[in-house]
Design a protein around this ligand. Structure first.
Ligand code: KIV
Ligand code: ZN
Length: 390
């Protein structure tokens, strides 16, 4: 059975770039945009053109160079924003305007001092206006995570009538539980007239560490686009991480969902974005962290050396990492020491290994990690006759 496609909407250059200290210039953004295109993302949100002349220029230049992906620009439900975005996207092969407005009672009352009906009118007007410039118009209902479902369904229905092709349901504050976010998607699928004319999109923030789980719950319940960033960077605790959702869908084939991402480029893309944005990747980050395929406890190492799959559910090659690593620490066992020693030329008998292991533990209690050069020293200091194969 062929799998349903989940579109990957990358917002590294817009929501991701909103991180303090991660500002990129146009040249850096162009390099990242071209890499995202090669990676296979379906939509690149290139920026918020009205926000600054620099952002306008970046969106304009990205629109010119991107070959395959749709290029998207963000706007508020404001005519001028939409005109400026349309201008910036003029040269895009596949342009999309992403317009919207806050729909939760909190946004309506405190941000806009308005009413549900007036907000609905603004949403419809914005979509109609964007539609006069481009065919592909995505509508976002900001703070949809905390928006009343019945009202959200009515807004969705009206913006579809106005021509919206994609409905973005952001959990702007990262508040929802996966069940709740999934149920919201299901409710919209079942209660919005004309829903088949539009694609439902997940846009989740990570304030409670649930952005990835919520996005997956969203697609399980009918959404077919995920908005995400490389390394999960973004406002506050960040956005849904692209590499996580891509690999979750790949590792769970029974969901019958897949993306068009070339997963072998995930690790190098993560490194590139981290370096350009000056945002280090936490070592224990799923998929792309430096420890994602590193094993340091004796029990795990013994298993991985015998059969990688005992403690790894992803083949590191699938995400562009050369190999799993066996890290030597005071928690490592004989199997790991023998494995690493062999790699640098020492074939140890059982008796030799026992002696070397004793020395190893003394070293390891003093050092956080035992490196190859330490192994040479340990072997030499152990009082056994060892023939180096090196
Ligand atoms: O989090 C959010 O609601 C957003 C919208 C502007 C799409 O980023
Ligand atoms: Zn966002």
């Amino acid at each position: 059975m062929s799998k349903d496609k989940v579109y990957i909407f990358d917002t590294t250059l817009r929501d991701g770039e909103q991180v303090p200290g991660c500002k990129l210039d146009t040249k850096q953004k162009l390099v990242i945009a071209e890499r995202l295109d090669t990676l296979g993302v379906d939509i690149i949100e290139a920026g918020f053109p009205i926000s600054s002349p620099g952002d306008f220029n970046s969106v304009k230049e990205i629109a010119k160079v991107v070959k395959n992906a749709t290029v998207c620009g963000l706007t508020r439900s404001v005519k001028k924003d939409i005109e400026v975005a349309a201008e910036a996207l003029k040269k895009a092969k596949k342009p999309r305007i992403h317009t919207g407005i806050g729909t939760s009672d909190s946004h309506i009352q405190y941000k806009f001092n308005s009413t549900r009906e007036k907000i609905m009118e603004r949403a419809v007007e914005a979509v109609k206006y964007a539609k006069s410039f481009v065919e592909d118009v995505e509508f976002y209902a900001e703070d949809a995570g905390r928006t009343d479902n019945e009202y959200l369904a009515r807004i969705c229905e009206e913006v579809i009538k106005a021509g919206a092709t994609v409905l973005n349901i952001p959990d702007t504050t990262g508040y929802c539980l996966p069940e709740e976010y999934g149920a919201k998607m299901k409710y919209l699928r079942e209660n919005v007239k004309g829903i088949d004319k539009a694609i439902l999109s997940c846009h989740c923030h990570n304030d409670l560490g649930l952005a990835t789980a919520n996005s997956i719950a969203g697609v399980i319940h009918g959404a077919r686009q995920i908005e995400c960033t490389i390394n999960g960077i973004g406002e506050r605790a960040g956005n849904t991480s692209l590499e996580e959702v891509v690999m979750i869908l790949r590792q769970h084939p029974y969901l019958n969902l897949d993306t068009g991402i070339n997963s072998k480029l995930l690790f190098s893309t993560s490194q590139m974005v981290s370096e350009k944005m000056g945002m280090p990747v936490q070592p224990n980050k799923a998929i792309v962290g430096s420890n994602a395929f590193a094993h340091s406890s004796g029990i795990h190492q013994d298993g991985v050396i015998k059969k990688r799959e005992t403690y790894e559910i992803i083949d590191p090659n699938d995400v562009g990492v050369d190999h799993s690593s066996i890290v030597l620490t005071a928690r490592s066992g004989r199997a790991a020491l023998a494995y690493r020693a062999k790699k640098i030329g020492y074939e140890l008998t059982k008796v030799q290994l026992d002696a070397v292991y004793e020395q190893f533990l003394l070293f390891a209690d003093r050092k956080k990690e035992i490196l190859d050069e330490d192994i040479h020293e340990i072997v030499e200091s152990a009082d056994v006759n060892i023939e180096s194969l090196a």
